[in-house]
Design a protein around this ligand. Structure first.
Ligand SMILES: NC(=O)c1ccc[n+]([C@@H]2O[C@H](COP(=O)([O-])OP(=O)(O)OC[C@H]3O[C@@H](n4cnc5c(N)ncnc54)[C@H](OP(=O)(O)O)[C@@H]3O)[C@@H](O)[C@H]2O)c1
Length: 303
């Protein structure tokens, strides 16, 4: 942490840093630049950061620490708990470069434990930490329509929320540190069961010889409707999975859910089963397939 106070800690943040320009982070950071904020980006693979600066302007930093210097808010969207630790902690980490009272907002889907750990390290250094995982996928990031689930201090949340609304339609504080990640776990548990149910429904309908695009058009107006049916039903029928939210990421998320459930005592039998089914999809070569690819193993089983 540097000594000087955050340049506009009491006013509207003008200067922000964004760490991690992947499928999600690249367009999210782009919305901040389009909104007129002064954005400095860092990406482990420098070519992506160079491409981002060529597209949006702004500045490029070679370490998270350098990116974080003088920023009112430092935002990140990297892969998992360890990736998050590597961009926040240590000599080159963002915390070492942040000004007193600046806030770090993490959009990675990670554990509630790492959120609480970084919240308390940040507090010891007179910094703030908000866990803020997102839902809405690549399209949500590109269209600026993400759901953002936050955990942390209310006053800090109020300070960062206007910035998050540049790419979020629903930006909500759910509780203290870790509550955002716990909410994202609820989201992923709900998705796992729905995708398996939809896979079995489509698989059954195709075996029954039905015109499945027509069937989905009809039943999506009734009680079986879901985001998965509306956005993934037809591509599941066609067997197209080369887009979207990768199976590898979903397994990372379900491992976090199952681990947390061990701690809090919740019983998650379907989630545990679907996690194993995703393992089968990985073994069939589908590590980068979209999450809707659960139907692939049903087709394989009945081939
Ligand atoms: N994709 C989705 O639909 C979606 C939806 C909701 C939530 N999420 C979550 O959002 C996060 C990012 O997903 P994504 O799809 O954007 O992933 P991605 O395209 O693989 O991007 C990951 C980003 O993190 C960086 N990174 C990874 N490990 C790092 C490390 N150790 N140090 C520094 N940078 C590191 C990568 O840098 P490099 O460019 O150098 O690899 C890249 O910029 C994940 O937690 C994911 O679960 C994704």
């Amino acid at each position: 942490m540097t000594d000087q106070s955050s340049p506009s800690s009491s006013g509207t943040p003008r200067r922000v840093a964004f760490l991690g320009l992947g499928v999600m982070g690249y367009p999210m950071a782009g919305h901040l630049a389009k909104a007129g904020l002064d954005v400095t980006v860092y990406n482990r693979t420098a070519a992506k950061a160079q491409q981002w600066v060529a597209e949006y302007g702004g500045r490029l930093a070679t370490t998270p620490r350098e990116a974080a210097r003088d920023a009112d808010i430092v935002l990140a969207c990297v892969g998992n708990d360890d990736d998050l630790r590597s961009v926040t902690l240590g000599g080159h980490g963002a915390f070492a470069g942040m000004s007193r009272d600046a806030a770090f907002v993490d959009h990675t889907t990670a554990s509630a434990n790492v959120a609480r750990e970084l919240f308390s390290i940040a507090r010891e250094q007179s910094l703030h930490f908000i866990d803020a995982p997102v839902s809405g996928g690549q399209a949500g990031a590109q269209n600026g329509k993400l759901t953002i689930m936050c955990g942390g201090d209310a006053a800090v949340f109020e300070r960062v929320a206007p910035t998050l609304r540049h790419y979020g339609v629903a930006v909500t504080l759910l509780g203290e540190s870790g509550a955002g990640q716990l909410t994202k776990m609820v989201n992923q548990i709900a998705i796992a069961g729905v995708v398996q149910g939809l896979s079995e429904a489509i698989h059954f309908g195709q075996h029954a010889g039905l015109d499945m695009p027509r069937v989905l058009e009809v039943i999506s107006k009734g009680a079986a409707a879901s985001w998965q049916m509306d956005n993934r039903g037809n591509t599941m029928i066609e067997g197209r999975f080369d887009f979207g939210f990768a199976v590898d990421w979903m397994r990372k998320d379900l491992a976090i859910c199952l681990d947390e459930a061990k701690r809090n005592g919740a019983s998650l039998p379907v989630t545990a089963l679907v996690d194993q089914f995703y393992g089968d999809v990985q073994a069939l070569g589908g590590r980068r397939y979209d999450t809707s690819s659960l139907i692939v193993r049903l087709r394989q089983l009945s081939a």
